[in-house]
Design a protein around this ligand. Structure first.
Ligand SMILES: Cc1ncc(COP(=O)(O)O)c(C=O)c1O
Length: 363
């Protein structure tokens, strides 16, 4: 919806240039609009399983303490994350999801007269937060295999660039940039540019020789890594994410965070989820099987797909992607369209089967 001609109150003059993040359709909306009762939501790269039982218990217990403000420094969770990553608490900033941390990062380094480099297509939020921080967006195309192109990203950096976003693996393509390419970017981008490596899907990567960009973030003040509890940990609704980096850099990002930003319930849920690395590892294996199931099923149907290192697969149907997305929706399968492509999140095994069968009927 566009509200034009509004004269009061006095909004910033560029407010309408800021994109509104459009999420995948909520289940309730689809049920209401299409009169359906059984939905497979494969649109938002969520975990298809509910939170671990112990997480649900921890959340319920924390709810009883909700009359108190939460620990704004997230002492317990930061300590647990520090142990998990073998780093110090000072290297961690916990936030209410990685999106708000990305947003405060954009504000911390952006502003008029600055620019931000990111790949096109990548996570939509990078463009939104760039405009929000009044910086100029420099969108660099992916390579022909829909991977980040290290050389183009390096070449995209201008003298006024203050931030470079790398989404690895990339959303919405699912593609992966090898660690050596990240090394090359870090080595060739001036230190005055903050390099943000968004590793929201890190735990799903099965590529051999994979390593996180975390060592770079611990070594270089101009590198930070973003992680989230919204994907493999399965608590997207609780909203917890974190940034990893040098203590000095993390301290600056902390300045932009609202006080008491993460609820006590969310902190407790994330703390508990982190304890269950065995279940997390199981989920990664289940996801890899589901990913293969979707890839093989699409190949059987003659639909091209992009090899994925995440919990979703990008398909390139030969029919109109918009119409196909709508037809799937009418049959209770929610996926996400990106131009000529469709992105489908790995669901439970029956959900994957349902998606493939419905797709088969439609094409
Ligand atoms: C690449 C990427 N980064 C960050 C996020 C946001 O995660 P959060 O729920 O922690 O805000 C997403 C969510 O889809 C994502 O795909």
């Amino acid at each position: 919806m566009r509200y034009t001609g509004i004269t009061v109150p006095t909004f910033r003059t560029d407010i309408e240039s800021i994109g509104v993040y459009i999420p995948g359709k909520p289940i309730e909306d689809v049920m209401r609009e299409y009169g359906l009762t059984d939905i497979a939501k494969l649109a938002s790269n969520e975990c298809p399983e509910e939170p671990f039982a112990a997480v649900q218990e921890a959340v319920a217990a924390a709810a009883a303490e909700s009359h108190r403000y939460p620990d704004t420094m997230a002492h317990d969770l930061s300590g647990a994350l520090a142990d998990h990553h073998s780093i110090d608490r000072d290297n961690i900033l916990v936030g209410p999801g990685s999106s708000p941390i990305l947003m405060s990062t954009a504000h911390a380094v952006g502003g008029p007269g600055t620019s931000a480099v990111f790949a096109q297509r990548s996570f939509l939020l990078y463009s939104i937060i760039t405009t929000m921080s009044r910086a100029e967006a420099i969108a660099v195309p992916l390579d022909e295999d829909l991977r980040h192109d290290a050389d183009s990203l390096i070449a995209g950096v201008r003298s006024d660039t203050t931030v470079l976003y790398i989404c690895n693996p990339n959303n919405p393509t699912g593609t992966y940039l090898a660690p050596e390419e990240i090394d090359r970017i870090v080595a060739n981008v001036p230190e005055r540019v903050l390099i943000v490596v968004d590793e929201a899907y890190e735990e799903y990567v099965t590529a051999s020789g994979h390593r996180s960009a975390l060592p770079h973030a611990l070594e270089h003040e101009n590198v930070v890594v973003m992680r989230t509890f919204s994907k493999i940990y399965g608590i997207a609704g609780l909203r917890v994410g974190y940034a990893l980096g040098r203590a000095e850099t993390i301290m600056q990002l902390r300045r932009l965070q609202a006080p008491f930003a993460i609820s006590n319930v969310s902190l407790a849920g994330a703390r508990e989820a982190l304890r269950h690395q065995d279940l997390v590892a199981e989920r990664a294996k289940t996801n890899a099987r589901g990913r293969d199931q979707l890839a093989a099923g699409c190949a059987e149907l003659g639909i091209k797909h992009v090899p994925s290192e995440t919990n979703f697969v990008l398909l390139e149907p030969e029919v109109d992607a918009g119409e196909l997305t709508e037809s799937l929706l009418q049959r209770g399968v929610i996926v996400r369209q990106f131009g000529d492509f469709i992105r489908v999140t790995v669901g439970t095994e029956p959900e994957n089967v349902r998606f493939l069968e419905t797709l088969g009927e439609l094409i």
